[in-house]
Design a protein around this ligand. Structure first.
Ligand SMILES: [Zn+2]
Length: 354
């Protein structure tokens, strides 16, 4: 089999469900925005700063890992900062051949300089609109929906859930909770999830990354999550090809796993790309999707993640198409719009590659 090159993968349409806005900034933008507000960075040369982010995320130290987000979030406290970061996110994803993306962020983390929650959302949406229009004019058509994230250690999930529902017809397609998993089970936010279910809204939950099966079980069986953010630890309930009750349920119900290979290796959820459970989960036909998580901290892109999988697992275009269609099937936009992207954009492009 001929190996697939990174450049070929860039040209293939891709769908991305798990990408953090505050984890995907351009280093040069951080330098400029930090300069404008007097925020002190560990490096001021964009290239060195980019390397610093990856090294800090690689270090295995939670403190250093969290410090990376302190710097990105610091420059995302104004309308101009948020708008620019969102615009560039759209442009970067589109240039990488992503045709559909759900980008998430926590509005409550962007209030330090006086913005309201609504002003944060408006600024991000304005940036995405600009970026998508600009990308389309360059021939890279991308659709972006946003996910509102609530921080699991905080107590604003109900308020953020209501914010998400209020903006559901203006680009917000779902809800999520993120942050330290251990000690902050998803059931802490049960009111918010029950509210979202009553509103017929969609949500995913970060679960089964740092913490194992109980977190996945709660996210699905107590909170009613549509998808699992990571969910990689579901392998703890699999012995060879024997599935436990929870793993069976996840597979039977086709609950999508938002797997993020490079990020999982950095946080220790997987020992290496070659040993990442994605190979097993794919063989067992779970609803596997591939994602970037934090492009800046992992020094990655959607195409790079796919290239790493192609290289380490010997996957070809049929596997990459399968992953892309899985993601599109699992998206939070309406069914007919998902189908249109699959049939009009994704399948015709892969048909030429297969
Ligand atoms: Zn994440």
């Amino acid at each position: 089999m001929v190996a697939i090159s990174h450049a070929d993968i860039v040209r293939a349409p891709k769908a991305l469900l798990h990408d953090h806005l505050d984890g995907g900034l351009r280093p040069a933008t951080i330098v400029e925005l930090a300069g404008a507000i007097g925020h002190v960075l560990p490096e001021t040369d964009p290239e060195r700063l980019g390397a610093w982010f990856v090294a800090a995320a690689d270090s295995g130290s939670l403190e250093r890992y969290l410090e990376t987000f302190a710097h990105t979030v610091a420059v995302m406290q104004t309308e101009e900062g948020l708008r620019r970061v969102a615009r560039e996110c759209a442009l970067d994803l589109a240039a990488d051949g992503v045709v559909y993306a759900e980008v998430r962020y926590a509005p409550e983390q962007h209030l330090e300089r006086g913005l309201t929650l609504d002003a944060v959302v408006d600024a991000v949406h304005a940036g995405f609109r600009e970026g998508c229009a600009e990308a389309a004019s360059q021939g890279n058509v991308i659709r972006i929906g946003t996910l509102m994230t609530a921080m699991r250690h905080a107590a604003r999930s109900q308020e953020i859930a209501e914010l998400a529902v209020r903006y559901r017809d203006q680009g917000v397609v779902g809800f999520d909770i993120a942050g330290a998993e251990a000690g902050f089970p998803p059931t802490r936010h049960l009111d918010a999830f029950e509210y979202l279910q009553r509103e017929n809204f969609h949500f995913t939950i970060h679960a089964g990354e740092a913490f194992g099966l109980p977190s996945i079980w709660q996210a699905i069986q107590w909170c009613g999550a549509d998808r699992l953010g990571h969910g990689v630890r579901i392998v703890d309930d699999i012995n060879g090809s024997e599935l436990g009750r929870l793993a069976s349920y996840v597979r039977d119900k086709r609950i999508p796993l938002e797997l993020c290979p490079s990020s999982n290796v950095q946080t220790g959820a997987a020992p290496s790309i070659a040993e990442h459970p994605i190979g097993l989960l794919r063989d067992l036909r779970f609803r596997v999707t591939v994602n970037t998580d934090n492009r800046l901290m992992s020094g990655t892109s959607m195409s790079r993640e796919m290239a790493l999988l192609a290289e380490n697992f010997g996957w070809g275009w049929s596997e990459l198409q399968w992953l892309t269609i899985n993601a599109m099937k699992s998206a939070f936009i309406p069914y007919d719009e998902r189908l249109a992207l699959i049939n009009d954009v994704i399948k015709p492009a892969y048909a030429k590659l297969l």
